[in-house]
Design a protein around this ligand. Sequence first.
Ligand SMILES: Cc1cc2nc3c(=O)[nH]c(=O)nc-3n(C[C@H](O)[C@H](O)[C@H](O)COP(=O)(O)O)c2cc1C
Length: 161
Amino acid sequence: MKLAVIYHSETGNTKKAAEFVQAGMAKVEGVEAKAFPIDAVDEAFVAEAKGIIFGAPTYYAVISWQMLKFMQTAKLPFADKLAAAFSTANFEQGGSEIVLENLNDVLLAKGMLVFSGGTSHGMPMTHLGANAFVRDTTIEARQPVLEALGEKFAKKAMELF
Ligand SMILES: Cc1cc2nc3c(=O)[nH]c(=O)nc-3n(C[C@H](O)[C@H](O)[C@H](O)COP(=O)(O)O)c2cc1C
């Protein structure tokens, strides 16, 4: 089963986070996981994918304008696929959870089946998705939660589709 990660990244933090999410997906047998920046999406792969996890950096406590523009303008068949969100920020209190909410809202509006794993799939918890902070800690320090989101998501996709 094909699963995709689509992310916006200017300075590499969200790209690194995307790679951990992708690695988590790939732990599940039968999954082919690929990650794409918003300016190089493999449209054929995404069209075939049963699920997509979206990631964005936090800009002034909301989703980056580049990711929002992509979400609002991309002409891709997102509807009815499983979806989830992750975000990066400098600081734990810097608004990354608002970015998860921004993404989850757009995914719902696009008719995607929004998933997080929340508190129901064990530790580490992924309440609204996964987030990582680069100044308070490092992206690597959040590898467990980023991978967990990818793995829980892939297991659910295999179960559903
Ligand atoms: C214009 C701009 C605004 C930002 N605003 C915030 C913010 O409100 N809170 C925060 O914690 N980090 C903020 N950051 C930091 C980024 O969210 C953080 O470094 C992120 O990981 C960058 O992702 P990237 O390396 O994938 O581009 C901001 C960065 C930029 C460029």
